[in-house]
Design a protein around this ligand. Structure first.
Ligand SMILES: Cc1cc2nc3c(=O)[nH]c(=O)nc-3n(C[C@H](O)[C@H](O)[C@H](O)COP(=O)(O)OP(=O)(O)OC[C@H]3O[C@@H](n4cnc5c(N)ncnc54)[C@H](O)[C@@H]3O)c2cc1C
Length: 512
C-alpha cells in the first residue's frame, strides 16, 4: 500500500498543547487525536507554571526576544526559525485568548507579564501566579470538546508509525484496552511531548518518555541534537516520581539557595547567583548535593506568609509532602525537565525524511532552542508551530481516519517494567547534569543490548542510546550538555549532531 491510495486524513498523536492547538487550528477540517490517558492528564502542558513568552509589553521588542533566545541557545539556534516564532507570538496569544484562556490582566485590562531568568524584559503571560498550564489546557479542552470536527480517542497509546512501500506515512498502530488498533492516515502529526522520563529524576509526566522519538526514528525520520537535555535546578526532592517543580519565579521573588548549613552556594559560582542561567544553577545544586551538603530553597524572608497565595501549586505540593515552605526550608534537586533535541522539521512542521509525517511541540526540533531553551519559549513554540502545521495541512481534503481492530495486543515481557527503571537509573547516574566519556560508555554498554527488547524498555533503550551516543560525540560543554572531561566549548566550531538509521552525521554550522 502507498499513501497515494489512501483516503486523505489527519491523525494527531498526543493531546497536550501542541496536539490540541493544531487540532483547533485545523477546524473545520476533520482530524483524530490520540491520547493514552484522559485529555488534560499525562501532558507537561498542564503542569507549566510560568507561562508563554511573547514580546508584547511596553519597551520590549521582537529583536530583544530573539537576542535572549539566541544567547540561551549557546550558538546552536536557527536564527531564522527563532525570529519566525517570536514574530508570530502576538497572534497566537490572541488565539489563546479567543479560545478562552484567562491570562492575568491589570486594572486597565492590559495583559500582566512576569519576568523570568535570562529574559531582558517582563515578557511571560501567565495565569494566577503559577497556574498557566492548567488554565490554558482547561480552556483548550473545552474548545476541543465543542468542536465537532475533532474526534478524540482517549486511552489509546500509539506504538508504531506505519509506512508504505515507498517509505511514506500511511498511518499508525495504537493499543487501546488491550487491543491493537490500526489507524489509516495520509498525514500523521506527532505531538507526543518530551522525554524527561528517560531519566530517573524528572519533572515530566510518566507518558513523556520519548515514545514519539522512538516511533519516528523507526520510521526513518532524522533526529537532531539528542544530547541536549535541560535540567531544572529546583525540583522538590521529596521522593516523588515525577518530581514536582518549584518554579523559577520563586527565585525571581528573591528566594535563596542554601546548603544544609544555611550557606548560600550560588554567589561564588555566578555573578547573578540564584538568577544565573538554568544550567549553571543546576550544576551548583548538583555539586552541593554531591558534596553531601544538600540543597534547599529558602523562601522564608522573600516570600514568607504570601507563599500560599502567590504560588498555590508549589505550596500544595510542599504541604502534601509535610514541608512548610512559609517557615522552613524546601529540599530540592535538579531534574530532567526539557528536551531540546527532537525530530528535525521545517518551518511547517514537516519531518525530514518521511513524507506525510509532521512533528510539533517538544518532540520536534525546529531549531528555536539550540543547546538550551529560554524559559517559557516552549509553550510559545507549541502554539506557533501548531498553527503552522495546521496551515500547511489546510489544502488536504481530509476525511475521517479509518480504524480497524487488529486483534489482541501482545503482553509486554514480564521484566519490561524492571528494565525500564534500570535504564532510567543508568541515564540518571551517567548521562544527567554532569557527563564524562567513562560514564557514558559504561551506560551505553549496559543499555545498548536492551535495544532489541520488545515492549517499552526496548523503545526506551533505543532513545537512551541515541542520547548517550550524541553526548559522547559532543566533546565540549555547551548549554544543557556538560562534560567534565571537556569543560570548554568551541565557539569557533559549532556543530549539530544528526542521527538517522544506523548513521550519526555531524553538520557543521560555523567554524573552519
Ligand atoms: C513542570 C513543568 C513546568 C513547565 N513550565 C513551563 C512554562 O512555564 N512555560 C513553558 O513555555 N514551558 C514550560 N514547560 C515545558 C512545556 O510544558 C512543554 O515543553 C510543553 O507543554 C510541551 O507541549 P507538548 O504538547 O509538546 O507536550 P505535552 O503537553 O507533554 O503533551 C504530549 C501529549 O502526548 C501524549 N503522548 C505521549 N506519548 C504518546 C503515545 N505514544 N501515544 C499517544 N499519545 C502520547 C501525552 O499523554 C500528552 O497528551 C514546563 C514543563 C514541565 C514538566
Amino acid at each position: 500500500m502507498t499513501r497515494e491510495t489512501l483516503m486523505p486524513s489527519i491523525l494527531i498523536i498526543g493531546g497536550g498543547l501542541a496536539g490540541l492547538f493544531t487540532a483547533l487550528k485545523l477546524a473545520p477540517l476533520p482530524c483524530t487525536v490520540l491520547t493514552p490517558v484522559p485529555l488534560g492528564q499525562g501532558a507537561s502542558s498542564a503542569w507549566a507554571q510560568g507561562g508563554v513568552a511573547a514580546a508584547i509589553g511596553e519597551g520590549d521588542s521582537i529583536d530583544s526576544h530573539v537576542q535572549d533566545t539566541l544567547v540561551a541557545g549557546a550558538g546552536l539556534c536557527d536564527e531564522a526559525m527563532v525570529r519566525l516564532m517570536v514574530s508570530e507570538a502576538s497572534e497566537r496569544i490572541l488565539d489563546l485568548l479567543a479560545f478562552g484562556v484567562p491570562f492575568d490582566r491589570d486594572l486597565e485590562g492590559k495583559l500582566v507579564q512576569s519576568r523570568e531568568a535570562a529574559h531582558s524584559h517582563h515578557r511571560v503571560v501567565r495565569v494566577r501566579g503559577d497556574m498557566a498550564g492548567r488554565k490554558i489546557m482547561e480552556a483548550l479542552i473545552t474548545a476541543v470538546r465543542e468542536t465537532p470536527s475533532i474526534r478524540v480517542i482517549e486511552g489509546a497509546e500509539a506504538t508504531e508509525l506505519l509506512t508504505g512501500t515507498d517509505g511514506a506515512i500511511i498511518g499508525a498502530r495504537a493499543v487501546k484496552d488491550g487491543r491493537v488498533l490500526r489507524l489509516e492516515a495520509s498525514h500523521v502529526v506527532l505531538a507526543t511531548g518530551g522525554a524527561g522520563q528517560v531519566f530517573a529524576v524528572t519533572t515530566n509526566p510518566k507518558e513523556a518518555w520519548g515514545s514519539g522519538l522512538a516511533m519516528a526514528y523507526q520510521a526513518g525520520a532524522r533526529l537532531v541534537n539528542m544530547e541536549f537535555v535541560q535540567f531544572h535546578p529546583t525540583a522538590l526532592d521529596i521522593g516523588r516520581d515525577p518530581a514536582p517543580l518549584a518554579t523559577e519565579a520563586l527565585r525571581g521573588e528573591g528566594a535563596k539557595l542554601v546548603d544544609r548549613h544555611g550557606e548560600r552556594f550560588m554567589p561564588s559560582l555566578h555573578r547573578d547567583a540564584e538568577l544565573a542561567p538554568r544550567d549553571v544553577v543546576a550544576r551548583g545544586v548538583f555539586a552541593s548535593i554531591q558534596a553531601g551538603n544538600g540543597a534547599f530553597l529558602d523562601c522564608r524572608e522573600a516570600i514568607g506568609a504570601k507563599f500560599p497565595e502567590m504560588f498555590p501549586t508549589v505550596h500544595a505540593a510542599c504541604i502534601a509532602a509535610g514541608i512548610d515552605p512559609v517557615n522552613g526550608l524546601i529540599p530540592i534537586a535538579p531534574a530532567a525537565h526539557y528536551h531540546m533535541g527532537g525530530i528535525a522539521v521545517d518551518a511547517d512542521g514537516a519531518a525530514m525524511g518521511v513524507k506525510g509525517l509532521y512533528a510539533v511541540g517538544e518532540v520536534a526540533h525546529t531549531g528555536v532552542h539550540g543547546a538550551n531553551r529560554l524559559a517559557s519559549n516552549s509553550l510559545l513554540e507549541a502554539v506557533v508551530f501548531g498553527a503552522r502545521v495546521a496551515e500547511a495541512l489546510k489544502g488536504v481534503e481530509a476525511g475521517t481516519v479509518q480504524m480497524q481492530d487488529d486483534g489482541p495486543a501482545q503482553p509486554a515481557p514480564a521484566d519490561d517494567a524492571a528494565f525500564f527503571q534500570r535504564i532510567r537509573h543508568l541515564m540518571q547516574a551517567q548521562c544527567a547534569v554532569l557527563r564524562d566519556a567513562k560514564g557514558l560508555q559504561a551506560a551505553l554498554g549496559e543499555i545498548a543490548p536492551c535495544r532489541e527488547r520488545l515492549g517499552h524498555a526496548g523503545a526506551l533503550a533505543r532513545i537512551a542510546s541515541l542520547m548517550v551516543e550524541a553526548a559522547l560525540s559532543r566533546e565540549e560543554s555547551r548549554g544543557g550538555h556538560s562534560r567534565t572531561d571537556f569543560l570548554a566549548s568551541w565557539p569557533d566550531k559549532v556543530w549539530s549532531i544528526q542521527q538517522r538509521g544506523s548513521g550519526l552525521r555531524v553538520e557543521r554550522l560555523s567554524g573552519p
